[in-house]
Write a protein that binds this ligand. Structure first.
Ligand SMILES: Cc1cc2nc3c(=O)[nH]c(=O)nc-3n(C[C@H](O)[C@H](O)[C@H](O)COP(=O)(O)O)c2cc1C
Length: 254
């Protein structure tokens, strides 16, 4: 019986040893403990085999679709304002001129104020049309220069340029009425870009003349763009125009 028990325990020991040898076989590290064998961390295995962006915020796939669509269909609000095109001293009293306003502490004009309201409502980018040569800091002199430029059908050189027009498919275009027309710098702007296939949404501020014939002029300059219903505001009302702007944008579904 003793002999039989001794034989049985030898048999059990033998089996245990041969089982261990089988586990190590194949990786050539017979002495290495089983726990040191390379294993894929469960998280990265899952992210490699099953792309599930929501599983981990670090998975790059999460940001790819956002990057691909970023900027598409964005709105640009391009505008001309006297207050951004004249060497006016910072801190100049806005009440000294019908055309000097502040937006977020920076000098602009009535048109720039309205442009800011449109940007706030649509999340669009602002673009100020700037001339290489500034107008006079005297508003009265500027009135004469504006008349002279119109008579000469001038195209003042611009110093600001849109960096990536492809990003935008809607261009809000704002300007003051100058002598029953757009400032000639706005014609320079329209000459510089091809807005074919894009939507132009005009807005104007004026002492009362409104758009005059400027909608036709925009359509002539950009015949392959769609020109939507514009908004005309009195200069004296531009600082309180938020309600009008919102109503108009709602109507246009922006
Ligand atoms: C050169 C010049 C010409 C203007 N001509 C007219 C005009 O013909 N009709 C009108 O209603 N307002 C006229 N205005 C007034 C401006 O259209 C108005 O004050 C506008 O809101 C100014 O916009 P801004 O402050 O953005 O430059 C003229 C202003 C200037 C400087």
């Amino acid at each position: 019986m003793k002999k039989f028990l001794s034989f049985l325990s030898s048999l059990v020991l033998c089996c245990a040893l041969s089982a261990c040898g089988g586990q190590d076989a194949g990786n050539g590290a017979s002495q290495a403990p089983a726990t040191s064998q390379p294993t894929q961390p469960p998280v990265s295995t899952q992210s490699l085999e099953t792309p599930d962006p929501s599983a981990s915020p670090d998975v790059p796939a999460l940001s790819a679709p956002v990057d691909e669509t970023a900027g598409e269909g964005r709105v640009l609000i391009a505008y001309f304002a006297y207050g951004e095109n004249a060497p006016l001293a910072d801190g100049v009293d806005a009440s000294t001129s019908a055309s000097i306003q502040y937006r977020d502490g920076k000098l602009t004009g009535n048109t720039g104020l309205v442009a800011g309201m449109i940007a706030d409502a649509t999340g669009g980018d602002l673009f100020s049309i700037l001339t290489a040569e500034q107008y006079s800091d005297s508003y009265d002199d500027t009135i004469d220069v504006g008349q002279e430029e119109k008579r000469a059908d001038a195209r003042p050189e611009l110093s600001s340029h849109i960096e990536d027009l492809d990003r935008y498919d809607t261009i809000f275009l704002g300007f003051p009425n100058w002598w029953g027309d757009m400032p000639m710098a706005v014609y320079s702007f329209l000459d510089e870009y091809d807005f074919s296939g894009k939507t132009i949404v005009p807005f104007v501020t004026s002492g009362g003349s409104g758009f005059s014939n400027t909608i036709r002029a925009i359509e002539d300059a950009e015949p392959d763009a769609t020109v939507l219903e514009g908004l005309s505001l009195r200069d004296s009302r531009s600082a309180q125009a938020e309600g009008d702007v919102t109503e108009w944008l709602d109507r246009l579904e922006y």
